[in-house]
Design a protein around this ligand. Structure first.
Ligand code: FDA
Length: 308
C-alpha cells in the first residue's frame, strides 16, 4: 500500500513542491543523486572508478514534453560522453538512457524522434569506446523499447537493454536476447503495474528473476545482474560458476547510495561491479521510486528533514 501511494506521489506536482520546499529536502536527495551538473557527475564517476567500480550515468528526466527538450537531453548525453572520454573515464563508465526522455511520448512522431536521438548517443558512445543501455519504463513502453533496441543493434551491437522480472512476459523476452554480444540488465522493476501484466507477489517476482537469471547465465550474452537483494546476488554467483562463466563475462550493478558496502565487497572478491549514477535537476520521480522500494527510507527522509 505504501509503495503504491509513493509511486502515485511520483506523478504528483504538489508532492514534488512539498519535497523541494522542505528544509533540507535537497540534502536528503543527495544520498541517491550525484549532483545537478555534468561536472558533478564526472567527479562522482572519478571517485567510484578510483575505488575499482564501473559506472553507468543517468541524466535524470523522463516524459519529455516537447521536441526542444528531447533534443537538449540528447545533447547532454553526447556532451557527457565527450567529457568522460576527455577525462579518461570512458573505459569504465557508460550511459543509461530513457526513451521517454528522448521524446518517445511526443505523439505519432515521438518514437522516430527518440530513435534518432538514441542513434546520435550511440555514435558518441562508439567514438568514446563505451556503451549505452536503454532503461525500461512502464509496461506500455516495453514492446516499443525492445523494438527500438533491436533496430539500433544492427549498427550498434553493444546497445544494451533493461528487462524487469516482475513482468509476466520477461522470461520469453530473455529467450529472445540470449545471443552473443547481447547486453541485458535484469532488474525486478520499479513501476506500479496492473496484475494483468505483472506479478504483485514479491516471491513470484524473485522466482521470475531467478528463472531469467538462469537463462541469461546459460546464454551467450553479457548478463548485468542489477539488484541489491543479497539472496539473488548469491544465486547469480552460483549460476555463473555452474555455467562456467569467468568473472569478466557478466557483472553486478547497484544504484548510487544503496549498499555501497556490498558493492565494495563484490569488487574486492574480483567481481565486475557497476554503479548506476543519476545526476541532474529533474530528480523527483527517481527519488520517489527509491523511497517506494524501501519504506525504511521514509524514516531516514523524515529524520533528515527534522535535523535540518
Ligand atoms: P528489493 O527491492 O527486494 O531490495 C532488496 C534489498 O536491497 C532490500 O531489502 C534492501 O536491503 C536493499 N534496497 C533495495 N532498494 C533500496 C533502497 N531504495 N534503499 C535502500 N536499500 C534498498 N527499474 C526499472 O523498472 N527500470 C529500469 O530501467 C531500472 N534500472 C535499474 C538499474 C540498476 C543498475 C538497478 C540496480 C536498478 C534499476 N531499476 C530499474 C530498479 C529496480 O527495478 C528495483 O526497483 C530496485 O533495484 C530495487 O530492487 P532490488 O532488486 O534491489 O530488490
Amino acid at each position: 500500500m505504501t509503495r503504491r501511494l509513493l509511486l502515485a506521489a511520483a506523478d504528483s506536482r504538489s508532492a514534488r513542491r512539498a519535497v523541494l520546499a522542505a528544509p533540507g529536502g535537497r540534502a536528503v536527495v543527495a544520498r541517491f543523486v550525484a549532483g545537478e551538473t555534468r561536472a558533478d557527475a564526472v567527479v562522482a564517476t572519478d571517485s567510484l572508478v578510483a575505488r575499482g567500480l564501473g559506472v553507468t550515468l543517468d541524466h535524470l528526466g523522463e516524459d519529455t514534453r516537447d521536441p526542444d527538450q528531447a533534443a537538449a537531453v540528447a545533447e547532454e548525453y553526447v556532451g557527457l560522453l565527450g567529457s568522460l572520454d576527455r577525462a579518461g573515464l570512458a573505459r569504465r563508465a557508460e550511459v543509461s538512457v530513457k526513451l521517454s526522455a528522448l521524446g518517445s511520448g511526443l505523439g505519432a512522431d515521438g518514437p522516430g524522434l527518440a530513435r534518432a536521438h538514441l542513434r546520435a548517443i550511440c555514435r558518441a558512445a562508439d567514438t568514446a569506446a563505451t556503451t549505452v543501455t536503454v532503461d525500461m519504463e512502464d509496461h506500455a513502453a516495453t514492446e516499443s523499447t525492445l523494438a527500438t533496441v533491436a533496430e539500433l543493434r544492427a549498427d550498434h551491437p553493444t546497445l544494451g537493454v533493461v528487462l524487469q522480472s516482475y513482468l509476466r512476459r520477461t522470461e520469453s523476452d530473455c529467450r529472445e536476447l540470449l545471443g552473443a554480444g547481447s547486453r541485458v540488465r535484469l532488474v525486478k522493476g520499479a513501476y506500479a503495474e496492473p496484475e494483468s501484466v505483472a506479478w504483485a507477489d514479491r516471491v513470484e517476482v524473485d522466482r521470475s528473476y531467478v528463472r531469467c537469471l538462469r537463462l541469461l547465465m546459460e546464454g551467450q550474452g553479457y548478463p548485468m545482474v542489477a539488484t541489491h537483494d543479497q539472496r539473488l546476488i548469491e544465486i547469480a554467483g552460483a549460476l555463473a560458476v555452474r555455467s562456467g562463466r569467468p568473472q569478466d563475462s557478466y557483472e553486478f550493478q547497484m544504484l548510487y547510495g544503496i549498499r555501497a558496502d556490498e558493492q565494495r565487497r563484490l569488487a574486492e572478491a574480483g567481481e565486475t561491479v557497476r554503479v548506476y549514477v543519476p545526476y541532474g535537476t529533474d530528480w523527483y520521480a527517481y527519488f520517489m521510486r527509491r523511497l517506494a522500494e524501501r519504506p525504511a527510507n521514509l524514516g531516514f527522509f523524515a529524520r533528515s528533514l527534522v535535523g535540518h
